[in-house]
Design a protein around this ligand. Structure first.
Ligand SMILES: Cc1cc2nc3c(=O)[nH]c(=O)nc-3n(C[C@H](O)[C@H](O)[C@H](O)COP(=O)(O)OP(=O)(O)OC[C@H]3O[C@@H](n4cnc5c(N)ncnc54)[C@H](O)[C@@H]3O)c2cc1C
Length: 378
């Protein structure tokens, strides 16, 4: 057993915890990151790597746009390019109704005044951009400078950079209780460590509700598995990341020719064992759907598939903000789209801890939008 004393303890070494650690260490704050397993073991290391502003809810667009600006400097931020590339992201409409929905959204973004453009493409432009797509096309929304990155490499890069700036990481340390003693937090881990911290950030991903309850907060987070398929290599046929409006489908081809198919096929999870199941019917559905729109995929076989554990909120938006107890901040419930947000979430968490105010607009993400946080009030 070891006793650690720190200014800020972060529970969870996913992309959010590692990005916050880097930003805090950069600001000269003493920070200790704890993880039950190891950095990037869960959603942050196994996601599809989509770096997307396309289709984001207006409430999280300011955060996503701030993050995009950071992604374009990723090499400078973490000394690694993280496999980041701006290949564009495209959402294809296959009916008049879905194209109308893309048009309404595009107008709404323009009215919001946010510096973001989802360009509407004609069917001909879509065919030029994605010649391998088969099916009706009524148009698409396109963000030319969206793209993708390598998730595990990115999370590790944030962790390494944070460490190089003085942050400490303790892996294999599952926090199981928190108590307030003499104006500071005392955290205990299952393997017997004791941590004394002035402030705590809850970045525990799908486990954030149970960590939140240690601080008396009831976070509405539902864990779920999200399944992905990777195929064997094919000759290059797809440059942008493509999704289809109204379908649980996202598809991208890497430079090595492999294709990642995902987009929302869920599977059961067990938080106690930290395991997600694969459901063959869901995988078959994803493969069928992908090869319906991209018949070229019939030439490939499935190389591997997996399911990653993620925390979902009732409205699909993250919970970022202070808790009801003193000196506690939560950042969780990223609902399968938190990887892109990571760099900016790091900044916001460091802001909340050091100044109490976020430098990026996050008012629509306040955990209190659902109810009073404290478990005693519900
Ligand atoms: C399959 C899949 C595909 C996805 N695709 C995309 C995508 O293309 N683009 C995108 O933007 N997002 C995507 N996402 C979502 C994205 O991966 C997540 O939103 C993001 O990684 C969440 O990061 P996090 O740091 O909050 O959580 P996590 O990465 O889950 O990290 C939480 C960490 O907390 C630790 N922990 C939990 N409880 C405790 C405890 N009690 N004590 C200590 N440590 C604890 C865990 O071990 C874990 O390492 C995808 C998610 C999945 C699962």
């Amino acid at each position: 057993m070891t006793t650690f004393t720190t200014q800020v303890a972060i529970v969870g070494a996913g992309i959010q915890g590692c990005a916050a650690a880097r930003e805090l260490a950069l600001r000269g704050v003493d920070v200790l990151v704890l993880d039950s397993e190891y950095a990037g073991r869960h959603a942050s290391g196994v996601n599809a790597g989509g770096v997307r502003t396309l289709g984001r809810h207006i409430a999280e667009l300011p955060l996503a746009l701030a993050s995009k600006r950071l992604w374009t400097r990723i090499g400078e931020l973490v000394d690694d390019d993280c496999g980041y590339r701006q290949s564009g992201q495209l959402k294809i409409a296959t009916s008049a109704g879905t194209f109308e929905a893309l048009r309404v959204r595009s107008d709404r973004i323009a009215e919001s005044g946010l510096p973001h453009v989802e360009r509407l493409l004609t069917p001909l432009e879509v065919r030029d951009l994605v010649p391998a797509f088969v099916g009706p096309i009524t148009g698409a929304a396109y963000v030319v400078d969206d793209g993708s990155a390598l998730p595990f490499r990115t999370t590790q890069a944030f962790r390494r950079k944070a460490e190089s700036l003085g942050a400490r990481f303790v892996e294999g340390a599952s926090v199981h209780s928190a108590s307030r003693v003499g104006g500071e937090w005392r955290l205990l881990t299952k393997n017997g460590h004791e941590i004394h911290a002035n402030q705590v950030i809850n970045c525990a991903g799908a486990w954030a509700a149970s960590v939140g309850s240690m601080f008396g907060d009831k976070l509405p987070i539902q864990p779920n598995g999200s399944m992905q398929i990777v195929t064997t290599r094919l000759a290059p046929f797809l440059s942008p990341v493509v999704s289809v409006f109204g379908q649980a489908l996202s598809i991208k081809q890497f430079d090595n020719g492999t294709v990642v198919i995902g987009g929302g096929h869920r599977s059961p999870v067990d938080l106690c064992t930290a395991r997600a199941e694969l459901t063959l019917s869901g995988l078959a559905q994803a493969a069928r759907q992908a090869s319906k729109f991209f018949p070229i995929l019939m030439q490939a076989t499935i190389a591997r598939c997996w399911s990653g554990i993620e925390g979902f909120t009732p409205d699909g938006l993250p919970l970022i903000g202070v808790g009801s107890a003193p000196s506690v901040v939560h950042a969780a419930g990223f609902s399968a789209h938190g990887f892109q947000l990571g760099p900016a979430v790091g900044v916001v968490l460091a802001d909340l801890v050091t100044t109490g105010n976020a430098s990026i607009q996050i008012s629509g993400l306040d955990p209190r939008r659902f109810r009073e946080l404290s478990s005693e009030s519900s």
